[in-house]
Ligand binder design. Structure first.
Ligand code: GLN
Length: 447
């Protein structure tokens, strides 16, 4: 704990943590020390973990990187966090993120941007940027983030670490501040695949507080399995043969594919005609769900309340105008629009149908293949401010990561080296529903 606290202090300028639980973490370390001596320690004894500022932890503030939750203290603990505590993990603090997890660069936080430790003039990715940088710069051993459309995998790639988004429903969402409920997943940031496997195994499984959490039995992800002699790996042709992808990322992926081939695995290039619809489907449905989820922040129930309102209507309006940032407002407007009576069928209903098609077509791919391999993002970490003037540019950067969430399947981002500027490159592997065990085994083999 002391080691990590020192690293946090030394690297304050990266802005990864919003709050550090110094005394509490030190006290807990002593308690766990005693448990270890007594031979009663849990499986995560002493593991120092940071939490993205969207995860509830009793008695601690949580703000989703937003002014609207200023002063709010959580009255309960997220199930995922509780399961880590039950195994004697130590929570070291809460980490900066894009406001309400909306963003791909961590520039929309009310606490200011997070800087990438590989090059502080660049973004760490988002929305879980603080959680990624905290692991990248050794401020904790692991972090929990949330992944609605890539927010764990993309910052993991930008920061050169491992990021896992499990199957939808694998980990309970109870205590995770909602962005888009049918997409949201809790995920992990670690340096190794083994650490990710252990954390996932402990957090996964049915939870009576989240009706969408799955009954599917949890495998022993942390026990190392034999890799198969021959995996069948697909890649979607356009995700690699595409001018929008940085050449060095393309080369890395091609190199990995040819290495796999040389080692006896089967590689197949496939077409996915629905590719161009994935991103619009994602942004229509997530903004719709967000506009509904965020309606609860009205100035009455949680956090911030405007100082001068002369009527209830004004209280709502002013609180929300003052409390939410620009990106969140943009999404609430988009979401409200696609859900409005005149446009509901044209946008929301249609996007739901397209989502189903994308799900079915992706599922079909897994009848023939074990994994889909792709870039995580079209570029490595970009400069701060580079994509902020045009929100559409920023949304386009999510092209490869959102498929896993639209479908609900698991995905992992593992580091595969650096480009000529020394910036980390990640590679993404996706598998069929609840195939985390195979996915982690394969990722471990590749790492
Ligand atoms: N960048 C995506 C978005 O802004 C993903 C965010 C996330 O996964 N939380 O919606």
């Amino acid at each position: 704990v002391e080691y990590y606290l020192l690293n946090i202090e030394k690297q304050k300028h990266l802005n990864a943590f919003v709050e550090v639980y110094t005394n509490e973490a030190l006290l807990r370390a002593d308690e766990i020390d005693a448990k270890i001596s007594a031979g009663k320690a849990g499986r995560l004894a002493g593991m120092v973990v940071g939490l993205k500022d969207v995860l509830c932890y009793t008695g601690h503030r949580v703000q989703a990187g937003s002014n609207i939750l200023e002063g709010f203290v959580s009255p309960y603990t997220a199930t995922a966090v509780q399961r880590l505590l039950d195994e004697d993990a130590i929570i070291i603090g809460r980490q900066n993120c894009d406001e309400f997890a909306m963003g791909s660069s961590n520039e929309s936080s009310a606490f200011g941007p997070v800087l990438n430790a590989a090059d502080p003039t660049r973004v760490p990715g988002g929305s879980s940027g603080g959680s990624a940088v905290a692991v990248q710069a050794d401020m904790c051993l692991a972090s929990l983030g949330s992944d609605t459309g890539g927010s764990v995998r993309q910052p993991a790639a930008f920061c050169g670490i491992v990021g896992v988004k499990p199957t939808y429903g694998r980990i309970s969402r109870y205590g995770l501040i909602a962005y888009a409920s049918s997409f949201d997943c809790i995920g992990t940031f670690t340096r190794s695949v083994e650490d990710a496997a252990l954390l996932l195994e402990i957090m996964s499984g049915k939870d009576e507080w989240d009706s969408t959490s799955s009954q599917t039995p949890v495998n022993t992800y942390s026990q190392q399995k034999e890799t198969r002699q021959k995996y069948k790996i697909a890649y979607i042709r356009e995700t690699i043969e595409n001018d929008a992808i940085a050449p060095e990322i393309r080369e890395t992926i091609l190199k990995t594919l040819s290495w796999l081939k040389d080692n006896g695995h089967e590689i197949e290039a496939i077409d996915f005609p629905l590719l161009e619809y994935i991103l619009p489907t994602y942004y229509i449905l997530t903004t719709a769900e967000a506009s509904s989820n965020l309606s609860r922040f009205d100035g009455v129930r949680y956090g911030y309340r405007t100082k001068d309102a002369d009527s209830l209507d004004n209280l709502y309006k002013k609180t929300r105008s003052e409390g939410f940032g620009e990106e969140v407002k943009r999404r609430i407007l988009l979401g409200t629009f696609v859900l409005s009576a005149n446009y509901y069928d044209a946008y929301y209903t249609k996007a739901q149908r397209v989502r189903r098609l994308i799900q079915e077509k992706t599922k079909e791919l897994f009848a023939e293949h074990d994994f889909i391999l792709s870039p995580v993002a079209p570029t490595t970490a970009f400069k701060l401010g580079e994509n902020t003037s045009d929100p559409l540019e920023m949304y386009l950067a999510d092209i490869f990561s959102v498929q896993a969430n639209v479908v609900g399947i698991p995905g992992i981002s593992i580091p595969t080296g650096v480009d000529s500027q020394g910036l980390p490159i990640g590679i993404q592997i996706m598998s069929d529903f609840f195939e985390e065990d195979e996915l982690l085994t394969f990722a471990h083999y590749l790492q």
